[in-house]
Design a protein around this ligand. Sequence first.
Ligand code: NAP
Length: 312
Amino acid sequence: MAESGTRRIKLGLVGIGKIARDQHLPALAADGRFELAATASRHATLDGVPGYHDIGTMIAGGHDLDAVSLCTPPDGRYEQAITAIDAGLHVMLEKPPATTLTEIAALAARASAKGVVLFTTWHSREAAGVEPAKAWLQGKRIDAVRITWREDIRRWHPGQEWILAAGGFGVFDPGINALSIATKILPEPMLLKSAWMEVPEGRASPLAAELEMRSGNARVDVVFDFLQTGPQTWDIEIDTDAGTLRLGLGGSILQLPGGEEQKAPDREYPRLYARFAELVASGESDVDVRPLQIVADAFMMAERRVTAPFAF
Ligand code: NAP
């Protein structure tokens, strides 16, 4: 919360879609360090908040903005981020932070040259079980890792055609959340050994993929599936010399060997905005591309199989 007398961070929110409404707006409303000063979205506005068609007109709208938070799909975010950085604004990026590694490197360099903060967010790293899992793994021998991310695209991404277009990442859009957790909690880098992906005919991005990786001496098996009906699975299991650690529900449930399930309320987006406020105060950027690197590795290495056409 802002101390009395401290200027609040005037924020422009860009891309008023599912995640902006589900998570960003409630997190911002509950954080006294931020003032939602304006929005930019081609088709959506919010009651009581000045709304613009695009980020350029929003910045020109005279709201004395300090920062923007980009909730648009990854393709197009580079241009939006450059516009904000060149206007001297701090930038917070939804995941995946960009469509290519070169885009994010260019953004980081431009933000540094302009003296503004760039924050590549990974919301799943803020899930309740992730920090304790990382702490518990310290000093243990890791023997094997199994990552299973199976969800129903029609249920969680209804009508989001962009997700199967080029630069939309397909099943790697949710899958990168698993990779963001794994790159945070595993002590060694995850090196891709082999992979396949299934791309529906007429689409550019996959609906399913499997990756075999190594992290230190541990084999890491990854299964991503976007056509899972029935029970939905976002699990990571890690076999160690002290037993198997289980992270369930996208990192929000932690089970240690012999222990009860540990759960805590979802604080992912409040924690992201708290971190952004700290970064703005300190002037430091936080740019971590490791999850995106693994996706890029998979797109470079995977055997591609064309499957039946897909319609939402
Ligand atoms: P979404 O519902 O499609 O919303 C994105 C919004 O961005 C759209 O409503 C659209 O609003 C705007 N937009 C600007 N350019 C666009 C374009 N070329 N194509 C489509 N929309 C465009 O998507 P979302 O689920 O909120 O996801 C946005 C980002 O958040 C993605 O990177 C995703 O990975 C991430 N995310 C999503 C979730 C989730 O559960 N959905 C969870 C965590 C993170 P206008 O048409 O008004 O411009």
